[in-house]
Design a protein around this ligand. Sequence first.
Ligand code: ACO
Length: 446
Amino acid sequence: MESSKGRPVWRGEVKQVGTITVTDDTTGKTVKLPLLEGETGPRAIDVRKLYAETGYFTFDPGFTSTASCESAITYIDGDEGILLHRGYAIQDLAENCDYLEVCHLLLRGELPNPQQKEEFERTITYHTMVHEQLSRFYSGFRRDAHPMAVMCGVTGALSAFYHDSTDILDPRQRMIAAHRLIAKMPTMAAMAYKYSVGQPFMYPRNDLSYAENFLYMTFGTPCETWKVDPVLARAMDKIFILHADHEQNASTSTVRLAGSSHANPFACIASGIAALWGPAHGGANEAVLLMLEEIGSVERIPEFIKRAKDKNDPFRLMGFGHRVYKNYDPRAKIMRQTCYEVLDVLGIKDEPHLAIAMELEKIALEDPYFVEKKLYPNVDFYSGIILKAMGFPTSMFTVLFALARTVGWISQWQEMIEDPQQKIGRPRQLYTGNPGRPFVPLNKRG
Ligand code: ACO
């Protein structure tokens, strides 16, 4: 793959650095497996030939110890709290770039130069309108439909409108599909919101930035001239940057798995949206706010901390813990700062949810249960408070996450399609069902 500078996208090599020998203690049989090393991060045991050579599978539900692909896009060191996109630290990107620059970086491998930035912005801007017929899909949903349900539907429906960018083997069509998805997602998300509140859809405006345009389509109305506060537009943009990609998480892996069968990119992204919806993943930002509402006051925090620690209670502290980060999520720190800025510009002084969140964070960071299990606040812990302050209903929180993550999904999808090692994803299983029994005719079944 080439970056827009015409240079190949920077990609290091996976090297074999040795072998590892596995012994079956029951038979004494041994097998030597290659030991692989990427640019940085833990080594991996290459088990691709394991089944062919031994007849054994590996067993790893939840993929806690399994690398599913090679990737040059995003790197996370969960112990150190490091997140890099194409080698750049998330803090530097959030501080110095806008979201579309980060999109360019993820999708094309390099930050754009000024001319490329302008071209990329123009390309995305000129794809923001959706097919007029697509807007009629919305009226097929109940008014009280969850906007994530709407987003799954309309994103999947894009493949029925943009046939000219569904040939996944054509690099140009793949890139057009990527541009369309990044560009149309804010329009479709704003339409989902407008539909839920019964207001007219707002057409995108080409004179506005990506984040401004989204805020305009969401909160503007045809009745008045709408102006966005630059601090809020910047905060929105930062939220998009912080959610842009996060390597092989559940939704990205879903997109890759769907794409591995050569499904079209719009269908793949719809599958990612579905996976993101769950409260253990992208739905957590909505769940955080519902939890803060349920807690209600600082005095009740100990009761909820106790519940979170109780093995027999399914309650978990939403916005805490992460499969990969066993340290402070670097995005959470930036989000906390953004939260203060937004509340300040909106003149919100005694936001009750923030007071509960701050106290909760303080207690959890000192409590041995959370300390020992390395449960730190994650990116969703603060984003909900910001989004609520900006006027988004909780049901829209995960939609915003999906909007921002679309670039990560499509970049990862594109990388997978271009990977010569790509095969259809097909995990195996440890069967625990009945090993086989004689068929019983209906009249003999008790
Ligand atoms: N509150 C209380 N206890 C927790 C929490 C929590 N939020 N998270 C994990 N634990 C405990 C578990 O009970 C478990 O305890 P045990 O070892 O005694 O059984 C231990 O910590 C490890 O937890 P796992 O569930 O095994 O960790 P896993 O990596 O599978 O889960 C997850 C990570 C899903 C994020 C989990 O921490 C969680 O449910 N958090 C709350 C939801 C949330 O905020 N999700 C957003 C994730 S970030 C994102 O998607 C953007």
